[in-house]
Design a protein around this ligand. Structure first.
Ligand code: ZN
Length: 281
């Protein structure tokens, strides 16, 4: 009788343990995630003024956002940065480097659910243009399976106010975003993947025409291959949205759908706020 009782007890313990191991993580996962996120938000409070000031001074995109989007942008920048390992190669590290690089990633993915580009744990910062592989031309940045590489002087130039539509930070993050969704498939964003198919219906014919020699505002480098076409289009979308929409309206619309944000609408919003303020004075 006693043996039977002990046996039942053992079975009960094993079943409880099995249930706990199999189902508990699924049941408690979302709560635990929410708890971790709240903790990170609390941690971020002390860093927020530094992030806000630095990003306000360096990233024009930030000015166009409403306050809710600005908060989201700053917190995502923080989350991106803290999950990364930054390596400084031949350049002196400074505190603004990881923040600004992370901010550019947050800019690109602000409309998407998945924003961490987690496959790329390592980000390498170099001082100037550099040589890579067997290519004869110098690189301003690149992405490969070992990480994201950026040259700091070119990165800063991309953030500058000159209207040349170049932004190497956005360019490399665009490659990274495509990489995690389509190559490693480690951080698939459902919306991005679905809309990228629609984007390609518009983009592929334009790209193919460019390969045959047709010119447009994206420039010759965009005709190198479809990866470069995508990355250059991303740069143009954020850096020169009005011209982009004017010259390639369908592609602009497709880009705003795939990234779930529209820089022209953001600019309009900001202008309306400035107008309201000045007309109240
Ligand atoms: Zn590229």
């Amino acid at each position: 009788m006693l043996k039977k009782k002990i046996f039942r007890m053992e079975v009960l313990i094993i079943c409880t343990l099995l249930f706990g191991t199999v189902f508990l993580p699924d049941l408690l996962g979302p709560y635990f995630e929410r708890f971790l996120m709240q903790r990170k938000r609390k941690e971020f409070v002390q860093h927020e003024p530094y992030y806000r000031d630095l990003i306000f001074r360096n990233i024009r995109f930030f000015h166009r956002l409403d306050s809710e989007q600005q908060d989201k942008f700053l917190f995502r920048t923080y989350l991106f940065q803290r999950s990364r390992k930054f390596h400084y190669v031949g350049v002196e590290a400074s505190p603004e480097m990881p923040v600004l690089i992370s901010a550019v990633a947050a800019q690109l993915t602000l409309g998407l659910d998945k924003f961490k580009l987690n496959y790329f744990r390592d980000i390498y910062v170099l001082e100037h243009d550099y040589h890579y592989g067997y290519y004869s031309l110098p690189f301003m940045g690149h992405v490969d399976s070992s990480g994201i590489y950026l040259s700091w002087d070119n990165f800063l130039q991309g953030l500058g106010t000159n209207r040349d539509s170049n932004n190497v930070g956005l360019h490399e993050m665009a490659h990274a975003l495509a990489y995690v969704n389509f190559v490693t498939k480690t951080e698939e964003d459902k919306h991005f993947i679905k809309e990228f198919r629609n984007f390609s219906k518009i983009a592929r014919p334009i790209f193919q025409e460019m390969q045959k020699g047709k010119k447009n505002l994206l420039g010759d480098y965009a005709a190198t291959n479809y990866h470069e076409f995508w990355a250059i289009s991303v740069e143009m979308f954020f850096e020169n949205p009005l011209r982009f929409k004017h010259e390639l309206p369908d592609l602009y619309l497709a880009m705003s759908k795939v990234l779930k944000q529209d820089p022209i609408e953001q600019i309009k919003y900001k202008r309306s706020i400035i107008y309201k303020k000045t007309s109240l004075q």
